[in-house]
Design a protein around this ligand. Structure first.
Ligand SMILES: [Zn+2]
Length: 284
């Protein structure tokens, strides 16, 4: 199945696909093993920083190998802040790319997003590929860092439904990431509740699948309600990073010097997070 088909299938089943950010092969291993164990599709996400570390071509080929082995694993070029970088990701063969103009004006955001949509379609025509890479656009600022924050970052603003409808229409995006009370990172002072009514409204007017960013720190109950309201992809990063670091610290304590031994603890703790999240998102 293609990513579009998996999303359509998730809609039919009333579930969401988990999207997990990784920086290296340990993260990849943890996410893929978890998805394989549960028999569900999964999306690997790489931000600009993450893809620079692991290598864009390298992670695309790892995902293709996994898919060749029959696993529904997809690769998304997460938050991409320039048209050039988004084009490079499409050229590298990602399944989807996020062009992030959420901090820009509405007009600038539309213009840069539309350029990437056109490029993805043009490239698919020229290369006769299966289908264009899906393009995700964002409207409404939710912060930028996947870390533990003291408080809600400045400038966070919920998506306006009328603007959202205009944005989807003018850009032709395949996936839409709104701001509905979700925040990138984990907020120490407490996360806002998700605006479930806003999700429902956006689901009705946007006509493309909705993606929930900043999943770390959201309650299980809010996740269930958000999925029922129409969220089809959920991003998790910060809690995976925390689990990874704690796992490495644990592994180092063992005194082992073989990486494949002391890193096992790190893979294990990431995998546990991914399994819990996938069970929740897939209603298992
Ligand atoms: Zn995000």
């Amino acid at each position: 199945m293609t990513l579009s088909e998996c999303i359509a299938d998730a809609k039919k089943k009333g579930v969401a696909i988990g999207h997990f950010n990784i920086s290296d092969s340990e993260g990849f291993k943890a996410v893929v093993e978890a998805a394989k164990e549960l028999g569900v599709p999964v999306i690997i996400g790489v931000s600009e920083g993450e893809r620079e570390f692991i290598g864009l071509a390298e992670i695309v080929s790892l995902v293709k190998v996994a898919r060749g082995n029959g696993l529904p694993v997809f690769i998304n070029a997460d938050h991409t802040y320039s048209v050039e970088r988004a084009k490079a990701a499409i050229d590298a063969g990602v399944d989807s790319v996020i062009i992030d103009g959420a901090a820009k004006s509405f007009e600038e955001n539309v213009a840069m997003t539309k350029k990437v949509v056109d490029y993805a379609e043009g490239r698919a025509l020229n290369t006769n590929s299966q289908g264009p890479a899906l393009v995700e656009g964002e409207l409404g600022f939710i912060g930028t860092s996947s870390k533990v924050l003291e408080e809600i970052p400045a400038g966070v603003a919920k998506t306006n439904p009328d603007e959202a409808a205009e944005f989807v229409k003018q850009t032709g995006i395949d996936l839409f990431a709104p701001s509905v009370g979700n925040i990138h990172g984990i907020v120490k002072a407490g996360e806002p509740d998700l605006d479930i009514e806003l999700i429902k409204k956006l689901e009705q007017i946007s006509e493309v699948p909705l993606v929930l960013h900043g999943g770390s720190g959201i309650s299980d109950e809010d996740f269930r309600l958000a999925i029922a309201a129409g969220i089809r992809i959920i991003h998790i990063n910060t809690e995976l990073r925390l689990a990874y670091k704690a796992g490495i610290e644990e592994g180092i304590k063992s005194g082992e010097i073989a990486p494949y031994k002391f890193m096992q603890e790190a893979v294990k703790s990431m995998k546990e997070v991914v399994i819990e999240r996938l069970k929740l998102f897939n209603n298992l």
